[in-house]
Design a protein around this ligand. Structure first.
Ligand code: SF4
Length: 352
């Protein structure tokens, strides 16, 4: 069985150094209970997740809620400590003596959250909010304020009109623009956008998405874009990573994955999108039920309890990411795609 070499697991040539490299990231959260409030079980939130993000690209992460996409972002920022795995940024290992410190990582990697209101300090005018990060990182107050004013203009808000306003005086779209300006104030290389447009009205969402694409070009940014909205991810991403119950099930160029999805979960997810076309008949079994609990995930393939193609091998052996197209870096974790895996459909797909 051919598994994916870690160097290629998230799509890069051997020579190219990724901006972000994640290897074997794992996070289990204890579930406390009983008389002494001891750990009685573990929630397997993120399990053996490996991927890379290349400089200048947008990597989208999709999956149902609870699949581990937001936990992955928080692990990358070290807002929570991983149980296992390595993260390196720009070639430097995070949190090691010879690598990059957490403080420096948090300067170079910024995050924008879904809730635009609770991300802002209600007692600070927006210019102070944007200037706060640079001041903490040693930039003089005057320069930090000038930077805040410039950034307000960059995100489409008149600095004179909005600089002294408080978060409660702004709309959701305006607040999210402030959050984006604040994220850019430290001139990061990578921005993690965790459901950053999900709470906005559709018209405002489109404006903010276009703003993100403009800023990406202007500031040479790289994005990790997390969303449950498949259309938005398609619009903004170069590559997409699909997660299910804490694991990566498929990763590849966004057009390839959306047009030729291989993993049954990716196919079901894409087919669950609403269509305005009455002739658009679904040929794939629909995705039914909720994902199983991550406290005690199914053995073998975690998707097998909802998969119409599950066979005995799926229960026995956990599929690993398999290279489907070496040149386009498209991988999936499904026995059906692996020649000789023991799945009855694997042989048919090999000879096709
Ligand atoms: Fe379905 Fe088996 Fe593939 Fe898992 S490995 S997605 S259960 S066919």
């Amino acid at each position: 069985m051919m598994t994916v070499h870690p160097e290629r697991a998230a799509g890069r040539s051997e020579r190219e150094q990724p901006l972000l490299a994640v290897r074997g990231l794992r996070k289990y959260f204890p579930v406390k209970g009983g008389l002494f409030n001891r750990s009685v079980a573990m929630v397997q939130a993120v399990d053996e997740v490996s991927f890379e993000v290349r400089e200048g690209e947008v990597l989208g992460i999709v999956g149902e809620s609870g699949c581990g996409k937001s936990t992955t972002a928080r692990l990358l920022m070290r807002l929570i400590e991983p149980d296992a795995g390595e993260v390196s940024f720009d070639g430097a290992a995070v949190g090691t003596r010879d690598g990059i410190s957490t403080k420096e990582l948090r300067r170079q990697v910024q995050m924008v959250f879904q809730d635009s209101y609770s991300s802002l300090n209600p007692r600070l005018p927006v210019e102070d909010t944007i200037a706060f990060g640079p001041i903490v990182h040693g930039i003089g107050r005057t320069e930090a304020k000038e930077r805040a004013y410039r950034l307000l203009g960059e995100v489409g808000l008149d600095p004179q009109r909005f600089g002294r306003r408080y978060p409660h005086e702004l709309s959701g779209g305006q607040r999210q623009r402030i959050n984006i300006a604040r994220a850019l104030a430290l001139r990061p290389k990578l921005v993690l956008l965790d459901e950053a447009v999900s709470a906005l009205d559709k018209s405002v969402e489109a404006q903010v998405l276009n703003l993100l694409l403009d800023l990406k070009k202007e500031f040479s940014l790289t994005y990790l874009f997390i969303s449950h909205d498949l259309s938005v991810v398609h619009h903004i991403s170069d590559r997409v990573l699909v997660m299910y119950l804490g694991k990566i099930v498929e990763i590849g160029p966004v057009d390839l994955v959306y047009n030729c999805p291989v993993h049954p979960y990716t196919r079901a997810l894409l087919l669950s999108r609403p269509s305005m076309d009455p002739g658009d008949r679904k040929t794939e079994p629909p995705l039914s039920g909720d994902p199983p609990t991550p406290i005690n995930p199914p053995s073998g393939c975690r998707f097998r309890t909802r998969c119409a193609y599950a066979e005995e091998v799926c229960e026995r052996i956990e599929p690993t990411l398999f290279e489907l197209d070496e040149h386009r870096n498209h991988q999936t974790a499904c026995h059906m795609a692996v020649p000789g895996s023991g799945h009855s459909k694997a042989a048919a797909s090999t000879t096709a």
